[in-house]
Write a protein that binds this ligand. Structure first.
Ligand code: HEM
Length: 311
């Protein structure tokens, strides 16, 4: 059992989400501290008006902001997101002091909480990225594949997500990595479905996993299925969401893709998956997904326990 109550990191995927990344303004630290302490209560009050919609909000704090806003001892795994620059692909590190992962079955509840939080943070923190995610049919990404199938379930969830005895002062906390990916859907759709399936490692319509020999070198699921030295699978919890606008980008070609969000008890697990994807495993065999997906943001946050947040 975790020493103190975790934030709602293990709640099921929902139909809607808002992802907000903010930087803390100079002098804004004490206001931010007060607002963060109120987040669980605000989410409870707004969510209670429609309990069926399962509103939840997880707060993450970046490495530099941790000392400014919370102070004291630091969680062992907290550090800035390290960019990865390979010969073919680049995972950039972008600014982020605070992260709000707001999700519910209805977008109105997400919007209500997001707007109230950011109103209270006005003058103390600045929004640097805002993404509104939506469920796409039967939990598909905009490339048309079901996304989230191999997430851990049951007791494996807490084991994969929550800090334990390895860092006892922070037991019940977690870490979250986010990256905003834009897709070249035209290039993807020009590929034969069989080629897409080999690149992902699963059948497109049925979502059934392909036998290993049918997966392409650099298949996404092959590069992200990793084990520790004892052969135990290392799992993370992904809460990815499609997002998009049709006219936002120059030329009106739109900006749409996948908001990657992965929770883990140990950031090294996600960092290893990212190295496999961006540098390749073996080196050079990079993720086929990256040929049609460009990472435009990247940040790592510690997810305090509720007690730490309400401090
Ligand atoms: C599996 C899509 C980025 C980690 C999958 C699957 C899809 C998918 C369709 C197969 C179904 C499933 O098990 O969920 C995407 C897209 C991404 C993306 C569209 C962004 C362009 C990432 C990143 C990571 C990651 C950045 C980790 C750093 C995983 C893992 C699995 C997975 C661990 C399960 C592998 C297995 O055990 O079979 N992803 N993904 N994904 N993805 Fe991603």
């Amino acid at each position: 059992m975790p020493a103190s109550e975790p934030q709602p990191v293990t709640t099921p995927l929902t139909r809607a989400a808002i992802f907000l990344v903010l930087t803390v303004d100079a002098g804004g630290e004490s206001t931010v501290r007060e607002v963060l302490a109120d987040v669980p209560g605000m989410a409870r009050a707004i969510g209670f008006r429609n309990v069926e919609a399962a509103l939840s909000c997880v707060v993450g704090i970046g490495s530099a902001a941790y000392d400014r806003v919370l102070g004291g001892a630091r969680p062992a795994g907290l550090h800035p997101f390290a960019e990865i620059r390979g010969p073919r692909h680049h995972a950039p590190a972008t600014p982020g002091d605070l992260f709000f992962h707001i999700k519910a079955e209805q977008q109105d509840l997400c919007f209500e909480l997001a707007s109230r939080l950011t109103r209270r943070l006005r003058g103390a923190a600045t929004i640097v990225d805002e993404v509104h995610g939506f469920r796409y049919f039967d939990r598909r990404d905009l490339l048309g594949f079901v996304d989230g199938t191999e997430n851990p379930v049951g007791v494996a969830v807490d084991r994969a997500l929550l800090v334990g005895d390895e860092d006892p002062d922070f037991a019940g906390g977690s870490y979250v990595v986010i990256q905003k990916y834009l897709h070249d859907v035209d290039a993807w759709n020009a590929m034969a479905v069989e080629e897409q399936e080999a690149a992902i490692g699963r059948e497109k319509l049925s979502d059934i996993e392909l036998p290993d020999e049918q997966k392409a070198p650099g298949a996404h699921t092959a590069l992200t299925s990793i084990e520790d030295a004892d052969g135990t699978e290392l799992q993370i919890l992904r809460d990815n969401m499609p997002f998009g606008s049709l006219t936002g980008a120059p030329g009106g070609t739109g900006e749409y893709g996948t908001y990657f969000i992965g929770y883990t008890r140990d950031p090294a697990v996600i960092e290893r998956m990212l190295r496999n994807m961006f540098l390749g495993d073996p080196p050079g065999t990079t993720d086929r997904l990256l040929e049609v997906s460009t990472a435009t943001t990247g940040a790592l946050f510690y997810v305090p326990t509720v007690d730490q947040l309400e401090g």
